[in-house]
Design a protein around this ligand. Structure first.
Ligand SMILES: Cc1cc2nc3c(=O)[nH]c(=O)nc-3n(C[C@H](O)[C@H](O)[C@H](O)COP(=O)(O)OP(=O)(O)OC[C@H]3O[C@@H](n4cnc5c(N)ncnc54)[C@H](O)[C@@H]3O)c2cc1C
Length: 467
């Protein structure tokens, strides 16, 4: 058990709340989205503003506390909480200021994507993010960020214009094209390693009503659908995003009764082009194989972003594995189908997110995201509400991953990793890893921010590979 520092001075410095182990809100405050994670920090600081963040960072450092930073709390590996340390919870730093003329938005470090989409939609604008609206802006963006708008407008990091952040020494800086350029490079994919972002400025794009939604087919059609999809998506215009999934149809509205609880394969489309060209754009797939369920149609952007929220509320058991994939061979497809048909629970799934449009036109050293030449970010997630099924979903995920990993390019989307060790982190950053270490050495030499996919500072520059 860690020694308990006296938190009085921190408490007095805050606008927000400090919650300790004996406080009534403690168990609620330490919870993260993934119920497989059950950690007990000494205290949680619910920050209200950047001043609270500075006070918490200084207190944590001076008292040699392990620090975890929490944005939306969605991280699969539970990186928004820690045992016996201090959690700096940003969820109270919530505001979105849209500048419709410049097409930008300043977003508080504790916002969720639902907050951002709500605010920008009023102006017919949006920025690329993920596919579940309760995910935090902070963690998703700092790791990369991919979703329905990715092929058209790039990763979330490709749309970050500027950040304000608190560094390990408690100082407050801006990082952008002009200020602290090394830091600006590092935070666009390097995660929470370099400090705590209190606000982001994003580039927005004209997005209002999309032509989007899922098409589903019988799981026995998976082979023909996957083979069609692998050809289609590499040639598709940027206006068409479509991620492939194995899934089980939820037993309820709006799904037809005959499909309830059926394992299926599907593609979730998002067409960003002119509305009058939408049907024609997706006609090739409808005429190739008529879907058993076709929910693709005009939909406001925030509605698309919240489409899967009800299926995945907080508090379920989640086990994650991921890889980057360049090509889907016939052999890999066979294995995918074997494990797709064996999905152990209704919520377990596998997604292949295409990143071969706009993201591929950013150079692999322009941001820490080194794998700009892959076609998909693959993620396998075993999920279930019942803790009793924890082992079952974990085993299926691990077995599936082991079977498919040989067909991957090495590395994975950093936000889809659990605690998988330094080699996976290095494989993900590839040739950019050493540059990240150098920047970590400069801004956080004592690794104060270590509860993340950690880029460890090194003792001397000589330990680094030549650039
Ligand atoms: C249901 C679900 C759906 C998802 N869908 C997608 C998707 O479509 N696309 C996608 O790209 N990802 C997706 N993800 C993965 C997601 O990007 C990661 O889980 C991400 O870490 C979540 O960010 P968060 O702020 O909610 O997490 P947290 O658990 O709060 O934080 C995660 C990490 O980020 C750091 N961090 C968070 N905010 C800040 C900040 N402001 N400053 C510094 N460090 C910070 C934390 O210290 C921690 O290390 C999904 C996750 C879930 C659970």
């Amino acid at each position: 058990m860690a020694t308990q520092p006296n938190f009085d001075s921190l408490k007095a410095a805050l606008r927000g709340e400090l919650i300790q182990r004996n406080d009534s809100g403690y168990d609620n405050a330490r919870k993260v989205y993934n119920a497989m994670i059950d950690k007990r920090p000494l205290a949680i600081v619910k920050c209200k503003d950047a001043a609270d963040v500075i006070a918490a960072v200084n207190f944590g450092r001076e008292n040699k506390l392990l620090i975890a930073v929490r944005g939306g709390g969605h991280n699969g590996g539970g990186l928004g909480v820690c045992n016996d340390g201090l959690v700096i919870d940003l969820s109270g730093i919530k505001y979105v200021h849209v500048n419709p003329e410049a097409k930008t938005a300043r977003v508080g470090g504790g916002c969720t994507w639902g907050d951002v989409d709500h605010a920008t939609h009023a102006f017919g604008l949006a920025t690329p993010s993920g596919i579940i609206s309760t995910t935090g802006v902070g963690g998703l963006t700092l790791g990369g960020g991919l979703g329905h708008l990715t092929r058209k407008y790039g990763l979330a990091i490709d749309n970050v214009l500027s950040v304000d952040m608190v560094l390990a020494d408690g100082s407050f800086v801006t990082a952008d094209e002009k200020n602290n350029k090394d830091l600006y490079w590092a935070i666009r994919g390097g995660g929470g390693n370099f400090g705590i972002v209190t606000s982001f400025v994003f580039q927005l794009h004209p997005v209002h009503t999309l032509y989007a939604g899922p098409m589903l087919w019988d799981i026995n059609d998976s082979e023909v659908i996957m083979k069609w999809y692998r050809e289609f998506i590499v040639k598709a215009p940027d206006d068409i995003n479509g991620f492939f999934a194995f899934l089980t149809v939820p037993p309820g509205d709006p799904f037809p009764k005959e499909l309830h609880n059926k394992k299926m394969c599907g593609i979730v489309w998002c067409y960003t082009g002119p509305p009058d060209k939408a049907e024609k754009a997706l006609e090739p797939i409808r005429s190739f194989r008529k879907p058993a369920l076709d929910f693709v149609g005009p939909i406001p952007h925030p509605a698309l972003q919240g489409m899967f929220d009800a299926v995945y509320p907080p508090g379920y058991q989640w086990y994650w594995r991921a890889d980057f994939v360049k090509e889907l061979s016939d052999e890999a497809i066979k294995k995918h189908i074997e494990y797709g048909k064996a999905m152990p629970t209704m919520h377990s799934t596998m997604h292949l997110y295409p990143i071969n449009g706009a993201p591929s036109r950013v150079a692999s050293t322009d941001t820490p995201w080194a794998h700009r030449d892959v076609t998909w970010a693959e993620v396998i997630v075993g999920v279930d509400p019942d803790p009793k099924n924890k082992d079952v979903v974990t085993k299926w995920t691990k077995d599936y991953y082991d079977a498919l990993h040989p067909y991957s390019t090495g590395g994975a989307y950093i936000n889809f990793l659990m605690d998988e060790g330094i080699d996976r982190v290095k494989a993900t950053y590839g040739k950019n890893y050493d540059r990240l270490v150098k920047i970590k050495n400069k801004y956080d030499p004592n690794n104060l921010f270590c509860v993340n996919q950690n880029i460890k500072p090194v003792a001397t520059e000589a330990d680094l590979q030549p650039a």
